[in-house]
Each structure stands twice: as C-alpha cells, then as structure tokens.
Design a protein around this ligand. Structure first.
Ligand SMILES: Nc1nc2c(ncn2[C@@H]2O[C@H](COP(=O)(O)OP(=O)(O)OP(=O)(O)O)[C@@H](O)[C@H]2O)c(=O)[nH]1
Length: 602
C-alpha cells in the first residue's frame, strides 16, 4: 500500500437520527467507490453483528477505508460509522474526535429529530465540517422544503449547502463524494512527530485477541513497533496493523491522519480503553490526547440464573460478553431469595437490553432479572460521599445526610399538536421545563430536566404512544441533585426479600408499594397458611396485601351433630397453621420477580 500524503486523505463519519438511513448510505458509498462490488454487497454491510441486523440499529462504530479517484487524484476516504443511540454517546464522541468532517443525514419525511440535533451539536463542538444531506428524497411523502427550513432554524445550516440524496436509489451519491473531498479539510498532524494515536473502538477476536481501532494523530505506526497504552501503562508489540477495506487488510505503516487497526496479542479488552492514547513505549512518549472519559454506567440490575446450577455457565457467558464490550461490567452478588448471581452495570437501558438479548442468544441460560436502578449518590453524616449501585447498599436513614439522584436533560421533538401530551408526561415524571421552541410551524422542541430513574423505565415508550410514534427524545446526564428518596422494601411473611427492594421518591413510595404488593399477591401461589405481603420504608409498613390460606375442610366428616366438636377441629387446625407459618417458607415464583420490574404505572 503506497503512503498517501495528508492532502489526499479525508476522514469523516455519518451522523443521523436512528433509521434516517446511515447504514444504507454507507453501503452506497462503499459501492460507488468500488470498495465492494455489487455482488459482494450484502445489505448493510457495516451492521455485521447478528443482533444489529435483528434490531436494525448500529451498536458499535466501524471504520472502512475507501479509495476514490477524483479529478485525477486518488483519495483515501475513511468512513467511521458511529452508533446513533443515546446510550452510546461516548463512543460517538470518540469517533467524532477521529474525523475532520461529518455527513449529517436527515430523513426527508421525518425531518430533524432529537438525535439529529444531539449528534450535530456534538460534531460542531468537535469542530467538524458538516456536510448536510437530506436523504430518502425518493419517498412520496418527502417534504424537502420544510426539512430545509427545520435544518436552518435549528442548526443554522444554509439551505444552499444541503445535498439531496437517496441512499436507496443512489441519486446524489456522486455529488456527495465530491462535496466530501472539496469541503472536508485534510487531516493535520505531523508524520515525523512522536507517535500519538487515539483508540476509538475495539473488538475481540477469538484467534487474534483484541483488535484495536485507532486514528493516528501524529507520527507513525509500523509493524514490530513497541507501543504503550497510556491509561493502563501497558506496553505491547504491534504484530499486525492495517485498514478495513472493509475486510482487515494488513499494511506496513499507518501515518498521521490515517485510520486503521492494530493487533498486539492482547488477551483482554480491559487493557483497551476507548478514548485512550497510544504512543511509543518507554519514557519519551507523547502526552495523552485530551478528552478521555471512563465509561459511565448509569443503570444497574441483578442477573440470576433461574436454575442455581447454572451459575458457572452464566459467569462464563458474562465474561465472554465483557471481553467484547468494555462498557459492560459485572460482579458476583448473592441474594437471599435468588441465590448466587451477578450485579451488572450498563450505560443505559438499551445497552442493558442488548446485553440480555445477547446472553439469551449466545447461551441457553434462563435468566431472572431484578428491577433496574440508576446509580445514586449518598452523602453520609460523616461528610463522605459514595455511590450506590443497588438498593441493598442504602444505609439506615439515620446515617444519610443527603440522598442524590442523577438528573438528565431531555430534548423532545414532536409535532406541535402533541405538545400538551408530552409536557404532561414530563411533568408527571417530576420534570422541570427548561425551554420550548418551534423548529418550524409544525414541529416543536421542548427541553426538560428529569430524574434519570423516571426516564429509564418507560419515558421513551410513553412518548411514542403520546405522540402516535412521531415524538423523539435524547438525553444527557447533567449531574446529581438531592431528592427525597427512600428505600422501599418488600416483606413476605415478615421476611425482607432483598431482590425486590427499590429506591424511589418518598411521594411515590406508597403507590409503588401498593402496586408491587398487589402484583405479588397475584403471582404467589396459595400456601397452607395465610401469606402477608407488605411494603415498608425502614420499619414502617406502608402497604399490605394478604394471600388467603388454602382451606382444608376439616369438618367434612362431621355430619350434623354437636357444633362444639366442629369448633374443636377448627381450633386444632388454626393451631397447626400457626406452627406452619412460623416455620413455613413462602415460595416466591420466578415470575413474581419479573412482575415487579414493571414498577411504573399500574
Ligand atoms: N425510500 C428510501 N428508504 C431508505 C433510504 N435510505 C434508507 N432507507 C431505509 O430506511 C431504513 C433505515 O435505514 P438504515 O440505513 O438502517 O438507517 P440507520 O440510520 O443506519 O439506522 P440505525 O443503524 O438504526 O441508526 C431502512 O429500511 C432503509 O431501507 C432512501 O434513500 N430511500
């Protein structure tokens, strides 16, 4: 592979709201530049994970090199595919940092949506050159003029700069390639300087170990070179380096400005942090690039095998998953009710769903999941602050000075007619209105600050139903705020069932407590004795349900006769039941743990 001067390199990504056609556009670019032939073209080549295909969303960033002849010169065009969902914000921001430009895709029918804005602002903040396009112009319900207006109104994009494309039919792709070359600046960076490269993604290959995706900012990478990852301070030798074309294609050097991968026989992705800097081994390396952030896990839940025997299988499956997904974390925990299992941390709710689905697909383990909770912060009376990942860790209320919860700023975009519904939805979830604006006469954006705990359960689903599917949202964590939070315990026959405890707002505790007790009553089978199901805050019971005992007709054999004999039999039965209750264990079916997951509305 010949070395290419910076002025013939263009690094860019595609940013879009989900389903606006990012992957389809990437496919068309690959096809148009001859990187893959039509015959090789599987639809949406970049979404190669089975799950991504199933769900139709892009989870991990990918990088592909395309070579393109333009006005007599051959250009190296590196396309970095970014995930579009809020949970993967950080990965998006890292891929942005590896590019000089971004194609901003807006669907001609849907118009500007919440993640269009979030991603576009992120790209602008990273000083990327935006190449705006309206995609799907072939649709009969395309409303190009209005969408142009929305883009101008929200993002100050000049309509004359917007290209009109159909990623499906290929219309406008040639013009887009020309615009990429003309508008996006060449990468800066000095190939002669000390090596400084940014890790923007990684994945695990069973045979080769970690495959690390990097963008060389300064200097050069070559085979056999000794390098150092600054975060972990670990030193490795480069066994192979290359680019994705889109298959892995090895080469000898990668120069400043280029994007590619390195393989160093690293056996765990724990050493490879997204956002980390790679430099030469030894003490003369370059400093770290700015902006590294460790992944922030905001949602936690317990995962237990429903068959206790499968604990080791579950651990192996989780380890395998974590190897390929450094933002997922787990640690063993035990629960009185569920036995041995794991507490798992995720970036967000979608991330949690994805991990669960993968577990189910890739292993045959039947899982029980406990109610998800967010990461809380507690300031205790001694002035110490610590984070809480599970309700069981909440100390006695006497020790708590301040209980804090994460707050997110949510942008919601919807047709103007639904604004009332959406505002009610946010207000019901303790949202505080930040601002409201019109994107065009038909569409509005409202911004609310809402506790993350209220958002993760069901805000997205509820938004969709409140807006007939037209509303979209995006959020970012803005910090922690004190709140009147309590730990709500569930007691079954006076025994606390740890896996059913949740943290919630004090005002909400009663409603939730009642809801859970009711649902549990339906789920628990009748026993020989009455089963009391209670919800409590500390020592105070706030809700109660009881499941009546199975009745055995002990007087069936007494035909008529003396009532005192019946009374005697009943008294004996009562006595027996009392004894049973004291020693009896209530069986809580697994379904009951799932029933309380739905802790939102009754
Ligand atoms: N009619 C029409 N449909 C298109 C066009 N581009 C994409 N689509 C369709 O829009 C849907 C979403 O496209 P994707 O490429 O999967 O969207 P995406 O933005 O990559 O979605 P995520 O990976 O979930 O972020 C698919 O059904 C595509 O076939 C287009 O130009 N015209």
């Amino acid at each position: 592979m010949p070395e290419i001067a910076n002025k013939f390199i263009r690094n860019f990504c595609i940013i879009a709201h989900i389903d606006h056609g990012k992957s389809t556009l990437a496919d068309r670019l690959l096809e148009f530049t001859g990187t893959v032939t039509r015959r090789e073209m599987k639809e949406q080549l970049l979404d190669d994970m089975q799950l991504e295909r199933d769900r139709g969303i892009t989870i991990k960033a990918r990088a592909v090199r395309m070579m393109y002849m333009y006005e007599g010169n051959e250009y190296e065009m590196n396309l970095i595919d970014t995930p579009g969902h809020v949970d993967f914000h950080y990965e998006v921001s890292r891929s942005l940092a590896c590019c000089e430009g971004a194609i901003l895709v807006v669907d001609a029918a849907q118009g500007v949506e919440a993640q269009t804005l979030a991603n576009a602002f992120a790209a602008m903040n990273s000083n990327l050159t935006i190449v705006p396009i309206i995609n799907k112009i072939d649709l009969v319900n395309a409303r190009i003029e209005e969408v142009l207006l929305e883009m101008e109104q929200t993002l100050a994009i000049d309509s004359s700069e917007v290209l009109k494309v159909s990623a499906k039919t290929g219309v406008g792709i040639e013009g887009l390639c020309a615009a990429l070359i003309q508008r996006i600046p060449e990468p800066k960076g000095d190939p002669e300087a000390i090596l400084q490269a940014m890790v923007f993604d990684s994945h695990y290959d069973d045979y080769r170990g970690a495959i690390t995706y990097i963008r060389v900012i300064n200097g050069r990478l070559s085979r056999g070179m000794k390098i150092r990852f600054l975060r972990t301070n670990s030193t490795h030798e480069i066994l192979e380096l290359g680019q994705f074309t889109p298959q892995r294609t090895a080469c000898n050097v990668l120069l400043a400005g280029e994007v590619g991968y390195i393989i160093c026989n690293i056996k765990s992705l724990k050493l490879v942090h997204i956002g980390d800097t790679v430099t030469i081994a030894g003490d003369n390396g370059a400093p770290a690039l700015e902006g590294y952030k460790p992944p922030k896990r905001m949602v936690y839940c317990g995962l237990y095998p429903s068959d206790g025997q499968e604990f080791t299988e579950l651990r192996d499956a989780l380890e395998k998953l974590a190897m390929n997904d450094p933002s997922f974390e787990f640690e063993p925990e035990t629960s009185d009710a569920l036995g041995f299992g794991f507490r798992c941390g995720f970036l967000g709710l979608l991330h949690m769903e994805i991990v669960q689905q993968r577990l189910e697909q890739e292993s045959n383990i039947d899982l029980i999941q406990t109610a998800p909770n967010v990461t809380y912060e507690i300031l205790n009376k001694n002035g110490e602050t610590f984070q809480i990942h599970k309700p069981q860790d909440v100390p006695d209320s006497g020790q708590i000075e301040e209980f804090r919860q994460p707050i997110v700023r949510v942008n919601l975009i919807q047709p103007a007619e639904f604004i009332g519904n959406v505002m009610k939805l946010c207000q019901d979830r303790r949202g505080v209105l930040v601002r409201q604006e019109y994107l065009s006469p038909q569409r509005t954006m409202i911004v609310y600050d809402i506790p993350l705990a209220e958002v993760i359960y069901d805000l997205h689903d509820k938004l969709k139903s409140a807006t007939r599917g037209y509303g979209t949202m995006d959020y970012e964590v803005i910090g922690y705020q004190p709140a009147d939070l309590v730990k709500l315990d569930i007691l079954v026959n006076a025994v606390r069932v740890d896996a059913l405890s949740v943290i919630c707002h004090r005002y909400d505790a009663e409603r939730r407590g009642r809801g859970v007790c009711k649902r549990l009553k339906d789920e628990i089978d009748r026993h020989m004795f009455e089963v009391a199901i209670q919800a409590a805050i500390g020592g105070r019971i706030i809700a109660r349900e009881s499941k009546p005992a199975m009745r055995k007709n002990v007087t069936a054999k007494c035909y008529g006769g003396d009532i005192s004999r019946k009374k005697k039999l009943w008294a004996k039965q009562k006595e027996g039941k009392k004894r049973m209750k004291a020693i009896g264990q209530v069986e809580i079916p697994q379904k009951a743990f799932l029933a309380v997951l739905d802790t939102g509305e009754e």
